[in-house]
Design a binder for this molecule. Structure first.
Ligand SMILES: Cc1cc2nc3c(=O)[nH]c(=O)nc-3n(C[C@H](O)[C@H](O)[C@H](O)COP(=O)(O)OP(=O)(O)OC[C@H]3O[C@@H](n4cnc5c(N)ncnc54)[C@H](O)[C@@H]3O)c2cc1C
Length: 338
């Protein structure tokens, strides 16, 4: 305004961040700052949801992009670096490392771009009601699954460069620093796992998600892929049964009130639940891509990717509440009854 250009807004400091340094983050003080309501005085969370949709999806896309960059750099380095008398790219053990990075990247790419496709259909007004329900669940799931994959791949990528990966003037450490924010901002892994539970408040949302996995899985014709597709469906159905058992009676609507004692079991397993759903759809989508690559190009790389991904495990769920008491003791460092 005329008196104070910044409207009584003071920049206290620029934060000293681990990464994303190209984009400053400031600590601000608002003291007497004049503000105007841009919406009504209530429903703030609902009003901000469209923005969270975009930023969380962006996060998932960036996660995949970062993994691809790390993989490209690591692969290139492996063709130049000679250790123990041979190029790294020719060493079977190093090939395993690069193959693992590729698997994570392709799985992340499939999941995030399925979400991109669904959001595009939604924004174009052509998404079905079922697709909108899948999208609501897929957004937190895609963000949380790919965020974790991005950090793991960035870490492995730096290691693939050996000591050079740890040296700043190679500009490699920035890959890890920038990846580490992906599971934190726009909602941490745990907070998004709880959001996945909240998405179930709407009728049939989980059924729509199961349908999404089933539809993708049904496209797998090759024997190897069909087996992985069955595994993906089984893991998803286990997640449905796990949730029902964890709720022990109350309807799915009750999931929204996070923190209630009767929801402790479900909240305790929320991350495993969300990860299981995410990994199952990743596996099913990898099967679709692999089947396409087989049919169109006679190329079995997609099958190899899907097999490796599924072999890491799709179903991460434990018995509802089985580890709850133990986790509390381990987290709080309190004695555990034998
Ligand atoms: C570089 C950077 C830029 C940012 N920019 C913005 C911005 O522009 N705008 C903005 O609004 N925010 C911004 N943020 C904030 C960011 O979104 C939050 O830091 C992030 O969502 C985590 O929230 P928090 O810091 O309050 O952590 P907390 O909520 O305190 O979480 C701490 C830990 O507790 C866990 N946790 C919390 N609640 C639960 C629960 N109920 N059950 C289980 N575990 C739980 C979390 O998973 C986490 O591991 C930025 C953050 C960073 C790092």
């Amino acid at each position: 305004d005329d008196q104070d250009e910044l409207n009584h807004l003071r920049v206290l400091r620029l934060k000293d961040k681990l990464g994303t340094r190209q984009m400053p983050t400031a600590e601000l003080a608002l003291d007497g700052t004049v503000a105007h309501l841009v919406g009504g005085p209530s429903d703030g969370t609902r009003n901000i949801t469209p923005m969270l949709t975009v930023t969380r999806l962006w996060n998932a896309v960036i996660a995949g992009a970062g993994m691809r960059r790390t993989l490209a750099l690591s692969r290139d380095y492996a063709t130049r670096r000679t250790a123990f008398g041979r190029r790294l790219i020719d060493q079977p053990l190093h090939q395993t490392t690069l193959a693992w990075m590729r698997v994570q990247h392709e799985a992340a790419l499939q999941l995030s771009f399925r979400a991109v496709e669904l959001l595009g259909r939604d924004e174009a007004g052509i998404a079905t009601e079922e697709e909108r329900k899948v999208l609501r669940m897929l957004l937190p799931i895609a963000k949380l699954v790919t965020g974790k994959q991005a950090v793991a791949v960035a870490s492995e990528g730096l290691e693939a460069f050996g000591g050079a990966g740890y040296i700043e003037d190679t500009h490699l450490p920035v890959l890890l620093r920038d990846a580490q924010v992906l599971p934190i901002w726009e909602g941490t892994t745990n907070v998004l796992s709880l959001d996945t539970l909240r998405a179930l408040q709407r009728d049939d949302t989980l059924a729509a998600y199961v349908g999404e996995v089933r539809r993708a899985a049904a496209l797998a014709q090759d024997a190897h892929l069909a087996a992985i597709a069955r595994e993906a469906i089984a893991a998803t159905e286990h997640a449905v049964a796990w949730l029902a058992a964890g709720m022990e009676g109350p309807g799915i609507e009750a999931v929204s009130s996070s923190g209630r004692a009767d929801l402790a079991v479900v909240e305790h397993g929320a991350r495993r639940f969300a990860m299981t759903l995410g990994r199952s759809l990743q596996a099913a989508l990898l099967c679709v891509q692999a089947q396409h690559d087989l049919d169109r190009h006679g190329d079995a790389r997609g099958v190899a990717v899907a097999r490796r991904f599924a072999a890491e495990g799709l179903d991460l769920l434990e018995e509802p509440g089985a580890l709850l008491v133990e986790d509390a003791a381990l987290a709080g460092d309190t004695p555990l009854d034998a």
